[in-house]
Design a protein around this ligand. Structure first.
Ligand code: FES
Length: 82
């Protein structure tokens, strides 16, 4: 399971969320997507805070984690309950 990464964000600062998964930290673009079809997602931090950024790339509100990594794990186990 790919857990979210706690990242300190500065309010009003522009960041680039990694969508390819190849960046060194997995959440902020470092240019490693070059040569792929992926492009980073630009976002501006609305709060000065440590936030959980999505690493599994399944969140519906990227760059922020919405718990999708845990939901996937839950779904994977559902067949055991049948
Ligand atoms: S390194 Fe992943 S989108 Fe840039």
């Amino acid at each position: 399971m790919k857990f979210p990464v706690r990242t300190y964000l500065e309010k009003g600062k522009t960041y680039y969320f990694c969508t390819c998964g190849n960046s060194a930290d997995g959440v902020l673009c470092d240019g490693s997507h070059k040569g792929t079809d992926y492009e980073p997602k630009e976002f501006i931090a609305t709060r000065q805070a440590e936030m959980h950024l999505c690493l599994c790339k399944k969140s519906t509100c990227t760059p922020y984690c919405d718990g999708a990594h845990a939901k996937r794990e839950q779904l994977d186990l559902d067949f055991l309950l049948d």
